[in-house]
Ligand binder design. Structure first.
Ligand code: ADP
Ligand code: MG
Length: 254
């Protein structure tokens, strides 16, 4: 991150729903290796911006570049295969399979193998599966059924499934939503540490300002679809809009 190399860029990205500008002329640069938070009030367009980046939603205007290559209209699975991966929640888990099997399937997909229904060799890719589980602190949960995990562990498993793809950029829409605050901290700290250790980039949407200001290298603020600031946590904290929107004009409490 030292040289602020840009890994992902949007140029004048806009998305309209009827008269509503859910995304309004957003030009954003994400640096290679940074942990970048996207914040803004409910309905500010955070999720829409993420969906536009991975082309789950098509823009009305503007372009998206990943590693210098335009990906605006590329199929989402191709974008994921290039290493720009959005973590999808719950729906992506095979809830009646174990944690081990969920990661095993993700790795089989990554290796481009066809997943067939013949009895799988239980130890297939075992070392790799265990490495992925251990990276999110779930080595001890390998044999547990996904559906029976705590909510926090389900979030970890979803993140692990995305990590199995070895993303260059990991995108997370509220990774700590629904999780108790202490565990939310743990999850975000784990993501930040993994990103900095392995050198991948994280873009995350988060409503808990304590988590945002503790774990991001830079923060972007959206309001009514428009990007109103991108800066370091210190500078964003001084931003008047952020002060008023989140800190009631001065106090740190939400
Ligand atoms: P955020 O994630 O910041 O809460 P969203 O990106 O989900 O905000 O939504 C931004 C705005 O766009 C909201 O006003 C929302 O109601 C609207 N919106 C999002 N998706 C759609 C859709 N598919 N159709 C119509 N309006 C939408
Ligand atoms: Mg959202």
């Amino acid at each position: 991150m030292a040289d602020n190399k840009v890994i992902l860029k949007t140029e004048h990205l806009s998305r309209y729903f009827g008269a509503l500008k859910a995304t309004n002329d957003v030009s954003l640069e994400i640096y290679d290796g940074e942990v970048h938070a996207i914040i803004g009030p409910n309905g500010a367009g955070k999720s829409t911006l993420m969906d536009l980046i991975v082309n789950r939603t098509a823009p009305n205007e503007g372009r998206v570049f990943f590693e210098g290559r335009e990906i605006t209209h590329m199929a989402p699975y191709k974008i994921a295969n290039m290493g720009l991966c959005k973590c999808f929640q719950i729906s992506k888990l095979f809830s009646n399979l174990t944690c081990f099997e969920n990661i095993q399937i993700a790795l089989i997909k990554k290796h481009g193998k066809v997943y067939d229904m013949r009895p799988r060799r239980a130890d297939y890719l075992k070392d790799e599966v265990m490495q992925v589980l251990e990276s999110v602190g779930m080595g001890g949960n390998a044999d547990e059924t996904a559906a029976l995990l705590s909510y926090g562990d389900q979030r970890r498993l979803e993140i692990a499934i995305t990590l199995a793809m070895e993303p260059k950029v990991l995108m997370l829409d509220e990774p700590t939503a629904g999780v108790a605050r202490a565990e939310g901290y743990e999850i975000m700290e784990m993501i930040r540490d993994l990103a900095h250790e392995r050198g991948f980039t994280v873009i995350f949407i988060e409503h808990d300002m304590q988590i945002v200001f503790n774990y991001s290298d830079r923060i972007s603020v959206l309001d009514h679809g428009a990007l109103i600031a991108t800066d370091t946590p210190e500078r964003i904290h001084e931003n008047e809009f952020v002060q008023n929107a989140y800190f009631g004009g001065g106090t740190e409490d939400e």
